[in-house]
Ligand binder design. Structure first.
Ligand code: EPZ
Length: 432
């Protein structure tokens, strides 16, 4: 199993380029199922989850071509299957995003229930209730969802809880439904707006994406389109905190600062200097990191996907801070690993009390989920000595070559394969 080794204590200097947003590209890829015409996506991050989604669509009979430089061309001319198997879905929950498009395009879908994951139970009941409101017949048996619909028809849908992929599934399904759909308490993330922009380019009639009420007038068919995926706001925030925790002065390019307004505002409260440009930011770390409490909430509030990274920073603050996680019920798996590095954290229900001034020392640690693994890299940048992070396949699901990008701005970081060989020295596949 690959590992990453970091020797901490070096400030970061230089320029880092941000990739496309994984959580926008995933629904964007699924939107291609809604038409038999080609959909071309640019700035798609070359991360594992996107590859997996490509395989899922390939299993349905779609032609999926990954081109150089992050362009993906998808042509779902004819669907030969509408089944997403447990083997694939269990590796990536986002596969549930094929449900809405398949029912809308093919009139049926058989998708494995995703099952739980490290950060929580993460049911999909709201997705299923909404699809039933749109006229689908839903059956759940032996771990699979079977959905059928002659033709979906528009409906009024009120989400009990804000759900990002639930909003995306319904937006895609409703685009081909007969009549108007109104979604209330919809998710407002930038990734929702990105998907709506793509669907509108494909001929969908959508108003209000980015707000809590979205109106969709269904159309009979959608055509192909070409689209540039938005920058990844969570990768952006991860590098901003890398500079805050390690010290230094970096420029972050190909990003969109307004997409992480709540994160930037919070980090400014801790003393970080952030100069915003149209698609870049200059980040200068303060001598002292001030503590500041945070609660994760749906967009436009502070995102849960930045909670673990922020906690790493707060372990170095000049006082105590309280971090409250309201989105997922078990998103503190990184706490135990941070404590092994010397962090002083106490979890009380869904709040973590982080006492700062904790000098971190390098240790052997283990990644448990995508953002927890990023948190451990950040802590290692500030730790004295060597840290080895294991199970970094979690990291590669959502970050493209983050170790190379961190090395490019001065971090002492290396990736090793299971044989202990530096990945940069690893033999070419043919001899491996
Ligand atoms: C999306 O997951 C993201 N994934 C997650 O990013 C992100 O953490 C999450 O939104 C919250 O922002 C993708 O976009 C692919 P939700 P999603 O449905 O859609 C409950 C990462 O690190 N809920 O908004 O699955 C659910 O249990 C990943 O990139 C129901 O109860 O999240 C959770 O408590 C991790 N029933 C809350 O709502 C449902 O039917 C929010 O979940 C759906 C959700």
């Amino acid at each position: 199993m690959e590992k990453i080794r970091i020797v901490g204590g070096r400030p970061l200097e230089g320029t880092v380029r941000i990739g496309g947003a994984k959580n926008a590209a995933l629904p964007d890829v699924c939107a291609a199922l809604l038409t038999e015409k080609p959909v071309i996506l640019h700035n798609v991050p070359e991360v594992r989850d996107i590859r997996t989604m490509g395989h899922v669509l390939g299993d349905f009979g779609a032609d999926v071509e990954f081109k150089v430089g992050g362009t993906v061309e998808i042509a779902a001319r004819k669907l030969t299957s509408v089944e997403a198997t447990y083997e694939l879905v269990k590796t990536m929950r986002a596969s549930v995003l094929v449900l809405g498009p398949l029912v809308a395009r093919a009139g049926r879908a058989r998708v494995s229930l995703p099952g739980g994951c490290a950060i929580g139970a993460r049911p999909i009941n709201l997705h299923l209730q909404a699809l039933e409101k749109l006229g689908a017949t839903i059956r759940v048996e032996s771990g699979y969802v079977e959905a059928q619909a002659e033709r979906l028809r528009g409906a009024e849908i009120q989400f009990d809880t804000v759900t990002v992929t639930g909003t995306e599934n319904v937006m895609m399904a409703a685009s081909l439904a007969h009549g108007e759909t109104i979604m209330r308490n919809a998710a407002q993330e930038p990734e929702i707006v990105d998907l709506a922009d793509l669907l509108i380019k494909m001929g969908a009639r959508i108003q209000g994406a980015g707000g809590s009420t979205i109106r969709i007038d269904g159309v009979p068919t959608l055509h192909g389109a070409e689209h540039h995926v938005i920058p990844d706001r969570i990768e952006t925030g991860t590098f901003v905190i890398a500079c805050a925790i390690a010290g230094g002065d970096i420029e972050v390019r190909n990003c969109h600062p307004p997409h992480l307004r709540a994160v930037i505002d919070k980090l400014r409260e801790t003393g970080l200097r952030v100069e915003e440009g149209p698609d870049n930011m200059r980040i200068r770390a303060p001598r002292t990191v001030r503590p500041s409490d945070v609660t994760t909430v749906p967009h436009p509030g502070f995102p849960t996907d930045m909670q673990a990274q922020y906690m790493a920073l707060m372990t170095q603050a000049s006082g105590t801070s309280r971090i409250t996680e309201t989105i997922f019920e078990n998103r503190y798996m990184h706490v135990a690993e941070l404590q092994r590095m010397g962090a002083n954290i106490r979890v009380d229900g869904n709040t973590a009390i982080v006492t700062g001034h904790a000098p971190l020392s390098g240790a052997q640690v283990m990644a448990t989920d995508l953002r927890a693994s990023a948190c451990l890299l950040l802590a290692a940048l500030a730790a004295r000595g060597e840290t080895v992070v294991d199970r970094i396949y979690h990291l590669d699901r959502g970050y493209y070559r983050i170790d190379e990008k961190l090395r490019g701005i001065g971090a002492d970081i290396e990736r090793f394969d299971q044989g202990g060989r530096r990945a940069t020295d690893a033999l070419p596949a043919a001899e491996a």
